[in-house]
Design a protein around this ligand. Structure first.
Ligand code: CA
Length: 226
């Protein structure tokens, strides 16, 4: 059994990707920046700043100013929130509380590109007792977002501080997006890809996932057999 689990948030803990994709499409179009739902799923895991800068560079041949990207990101966040709370992913609650109750007491971290403070607060309302702030790595905590391994390296360092015997192969990353899978593998960790969106399990394997699953329930069954 793994000693630490590093869960991504969007598309893993919350079924928030359909609304994220819609909000990105609408706001980018408003600013004359071409961006599709597929772009959103492929870029998933990057910070808002990075998504906007890359799209802006492709469309206009230059980077946006800090004022510009911050304004676009704010509009996107406002539209996202106007849709209300994203539901939990099917099967994630059962999986998290099952892990939480294991006698081996695995560490459970949240590792996300999100910089949305309210969603991070909500997670403790939706899933009380699972993710303490000291076991969350968010856009506020690192310099380079996924697919850079930094977010997962920080999570590993924090987990190892709590358990000095912890080895990298004893940590399981749970990701739904190719860039997130790359980040986990770049950090040298075991990565379980769960395909919860419009991509395929083959996309996650191609990104380097060690194992892939079609649903959170399938991952849960796999972990029960470990
Ligand atoms: Ca994700």
């Amino acid at each position: 059994m793994f000693k630490a689990f590093f869960f991504d948030m969007d598309g893993v803990v919350f079924n928030s990707m359909p609304v994220h994709a819609h909000a990105w499409e609408v706001v980018m179009a408003k600013h004359g920046l071409p961006f599709t739902a597929r772009d959103c799923y492929l870029q998933e895991g990057r910070t808002g700043q990075s998504v906007i800068e890359e799209c802006y560079l492709r469309a206009r041949g230059c980077y946006p100013t800090e004022e510009e990207w911050k304004a676009i990101y704010q509009e996107k966040k406002d539209l996202f929130y106007s849709h209300g709370k994203a539901p939990l992913m099917d099967g994630i609650s059962d999986l998290l509380y099952w892990l939480h109750e294991q006698p081996s007491k695995p560490q459970i971290f949240l590792v996300t590109g999100s910089g949305m403070r309210t969603l991070l607060d909500e997670i403790n309302v939706e899933l009380p007792g699972i993710f303490a702030r000291e076991r969350m790595v968010t856009a506020f905590d690192y310099t380079h977002g996924k697919p850079d391994p930094e977010p997962y390296l920080i999570a590993y360092a924090k987990a190892k501080a709590a358990d000095p015997t912890l080895e990298k192969h004893e940590c399981c990353v749970v990701e739904n997006a190719p860039l997130g899978v790359q980040a986990g593998k770049g950090a040298g960790l075991f990565v379980a890809g769960v395909n919860t969106g419009i991509l395929t399990e083959a996309d996650l394997l191609a990104a380097g996932a060690d194992v892939t699953f079609p649903t959170m329930q399938a991952l849960h069954q796999y972990l029960k057999q470990q």
